[in-house]
Design a protein around this ligand. Sequence first.
Ligand code: BT5
Length: 343
Amino acid sequence: MGGLTWRDEAGKDSKMMTKYQETDVKKRILEFFYENKSDYVSGEEISASLKFSRASLWKHMGKLRNDGYIIEAVPHLGYILRSTPDKMYGYEIGIGLDTNTIGKQRIWHYESLESTNNKAYELAESGEAEGTLVIAETQTAGRGRLGRKWISPEGGGIYFSLILRPDMESDKIPVITLVAAVSIQKAIKKICGIDAGIKWPNDILIAGKKVCGILTEIKAQPDMVDFLILGVGINVNTPLKKLPIGATSLKKESSGSVSRIKLMRQILTEIEKDYLKLKQDGFNSLRAECKKLSIVLNKQITINEHHRVLEGIAVDIDEKGVLIVKMESGERKRIFSGTILIT
Ligand code: BT5
């Protein structure tokens, strides 16, 4: 933040603060609180460190209060943070986030959007960088694959879209969904201690119930990809009564509330690691992990492909991420996409 100036209440400073800088200030202030845990933090100290006036600091405390933070100011003692809101603010996610690109660009946070994928697509078209994130507390028209709906109630879910710009040929893109599922599975395991399984190609299930879905959309030229939108929906603390039949939440499965912020940070960390590995070493370097976490391999399945229904045993996920299914006749079929039912 060093060197930035902005207008304080008295309008004395030279430059108007942008929204982006403003969220950075919120982040820096919160870092002060978190480092001090339950203690008061001195207004003088924060002002000196961030190089702005006490009046400006007061104004920014007010902005944090407007975002739902309960901050008390006590004369001679300083400020104390009493509670934080359960919101997916980008500046909260950024605190302690140890990535280089993913989540390190702008994080666009909305109370409500039709679909985070639509918004991210618009932003990507206007040139937003790889690693940019769009997050909504609720979606009014959340999308699944093939025109299906993603139910996105407010209060407890994670709905985000990440802009990626992989330098890859279009036919290699489907593996990104598989790899993202692996990354999210690992994040869930680390934060909640739950062993979830991956239902090829885009679902994460716990004990047969769906907890997360992934929708990958691309803009591509005939051979190369312009950008990719990785859209993820997770039922974290969502009440089951607000979810469709066959769905579950992390809270239900781990018998306790889960911090959406911590989970989000872990997801971004895992995605960055696996995405780099994918770009450097190819899908084969992640294939074994992908197969290990798969809940369809060696199972009798029914596959609903766009215009046909097939039955067989899932025997492999090949080096291109294609599902190999052995039919009753012994023939091995390659499945590129579809919806699977484990029978
Ligand atoms: C998916 O599609 O599972 C992809 C879902 C991606 C959602 C994210 S949220 C952020 C971003 N923005 C968007 O607009 N979308 C992405 P599919 O495999 O087609 O599964 C859809 C099916 O999952 C539905 O037909 C329901 O049966 C079921 N479903 C819908 N909402 C659910 C929920 N909240 N939890 C579990 N299952 C759900």
